[in-house]
Design a protein around this ligand. Structure first.
Ligand code: HEM
Length: 441
């Protein structure tokens, strides 16, 4: 295959994509993988989706056990880089969900070819090199995990269907193995061994659950909620604003008369892509130069990938972004082994210094602030035009409304800057061990 030497600088041509497709079809034909097999695989997609947390956690528990694969997921101080591991899990979830779609066109083949190269020094990051033997081993492991899942679920249907589904996946795995291995060309790597390390597989499983849920969410399964992120006047044409909504960092752009919002996390290594240079319609991640079309989110460096985008609505003076609803506010989410919270309670651990969170108590939105370890609470709506103060800026004890710049002292509610003149209502906050409690009367 005509794989470019440097994936980052050389974009894949239509001929590269067509060549990947030819190679895929050649191998599929060789192992006897037919359109009927593809159809059966498509039917097993719900099974793969159901077993994905198990499949993904098995994959990474194994990689974390062996020092030579484990080292790719460690920080310089030797601890596991959890956000990076989570990103890898999401990419793997996406790989299996896409593979289970049963669509094996040129684009899919080019995607597998790209994934293969990602593990070699011809991938986007030449410093990452995964020796071929580990990729081969992982394909074997995935083959077993998928066979097990398919068998478990289809055994009850009938033997014939179960057998045909397992066989279809087995054949596809042979094709995937060959395509992933093909990416290595003639590269050789030095041999080395290390003793296996114990891994907390329960923790890996919990992380995998989160990553898979996030991918399902990006496929549109999660409901959306509309969050106010800025006053329109705050982002003139040609400007952008980075906003944090729950655990999502998002870049909101006002660009050539239109509005766009993209996830501020590069598909490559999670770099702050929305802070990168925007030339014409092309946004470049400051970390490793991955490029995206702002309008479509399409990645120009890896044509099979996309940056998550969010719908933007500008109503009156406010800019809103539709984001996946992450459920109740952080303070109310149940945590294993911890008592459920009342509507007026929050966990101290969920409210870092300089941050705020919203509670809804008896239908009233109350904003709780952590100012250098002291907790305050006020109404969430600005007293001037009811702007949402949760979308405003907290500096020390001063909260500034994003709509017209009114500001208040959160400790006593005093209106400090016009146009607001009426003070904000405040509520007492008490701290009881790990729990904070707002008295709303
Ligand atoms: C069944 C075999 C495997 C599959 C299907 C697979 C899948 C993937 C996928 C989908 C990506 C993301 C490519 C992208 O969009 O940038 C990726 C990247 C990566 N994989 Fe794998 N992988 C496999 C084996 C392994 C093994 C054995 C390791 C060993 C540690 C590994 C470590 C990595 C690393 C470090 C990256 C990041 C590469 C980069 O940032 O350039 N993978 N893999």
């Amino acid at each position: 295959m005509n794989a470019p030497e440097n994936h980052r600088s050389a974009r894949r041509t239509a001929e590269d994509v067509a060549e990947a497709g030819r190679f895929f079809r050649y191998m599929a034909d060789y192992v006897g993988f037919t359109a009927a097999d593809a159809g059966i695989i498509r039917r097993t997609r719900p099974i793969i989706a159901k077993y994905l947390p198990e499949i993904v956690s098995e994959f990474y528990t194994h990689l974390l056990r062996y020092p030579l694969t484990r080292k790719l997921f460690l920080r310089p101080d030797g601890t596991i880089d959890e956000p990076y591991l989570n990103l890898r899990m999401r990419h793997l979830s996406n790989f299996w969900l896409r593979t289970a779609q049963g669509v094996y066109d040129d684009e899919y083949a080019a995607y597998v070819d790209y994934v293969g190269r990602a593990h070699t020094s011809r991938g986007a990051d030449p410093s990452i090199y995964v020796p071929e033997r580990y990729v081969i081993g992982q394909v074997g492991m995935m083959q077993h995990a998928i066979s097990r899942a398919v068998s478990n679920e289809l055994r009850a249907v009938d033997d014939e269907t179960e057998f045909r589904a397992v066989e279809a996946w087995d054949k596809l795995m042979m094709v995937l193995l060959e395509m992933l291995a093909h990416a290595y060309g003639h590269e050789q790597e030095p041999e080395a061994y290390g003793e296996p390390v114990p891994v907390d597989s329960v923790w890996v499983r919990a992380l995998a659950e989160q990553a898979v849920a996030a991918e399902h969410g990006d496929n549109g399964a999660r409901p959306l909620r509309r969050a106010a992120v800025a006053a329109a006047a705050e982002i003139p044409d040609g400007q952008r604003k980075i906003v944090q909504i729950d655990d999502l960092s998002i870049g909101v752009f006002h660009h050539q008369g239109a509005w766009y919002a993209v996830r501020n996390s590069c598909i490559h290594q999670g770099g702050p892509v929305a802070t990168g240079a925007l030339e014409g319609d092309v946004l470049t991640c400051p970390w490793h130069g991955y490029q995206y079309e702002l309008r479509s989110g399409r990645c120009l460096t890896d044509r099979d990938a996309e940056l998550d985008r969010y719908a933007v609505t500008v109503t009156g003076e406010l800019v809103y972004v539709d984001v996946p609803d992450s459920g109740p506010p952080a303070g109310l989410q149940e945590k294993a082994g911890e008592p459920a919270l009342q509507a007026n309670e929050f966990r101290i651990a969920d409210l870092a210094a300089g941050q705020m969170l919203t509670l809804t108590v008896n239908g009233l939105a109350v904003l709780v602030y952590n100012v250098d370890g002291k907790y305050y609470a006020t109404d969430e709506a600005c007293t001037h035009a009811q702007g949402p103060l949760s979308a405003g800026k907290l500096e020390g004890k001063i909260i500034t409304c994003l709509l017209h710049g009114s500001c208040f002292d959160v400790a006593n509610g005093a209106a400090l800057c016009a146009p607001a003149t009426a003070p904000l209502k405040t509520y007492p906050v008490t701290v009881d061990g790990e729990i904070g409690r707002v008295s709303v009367t």
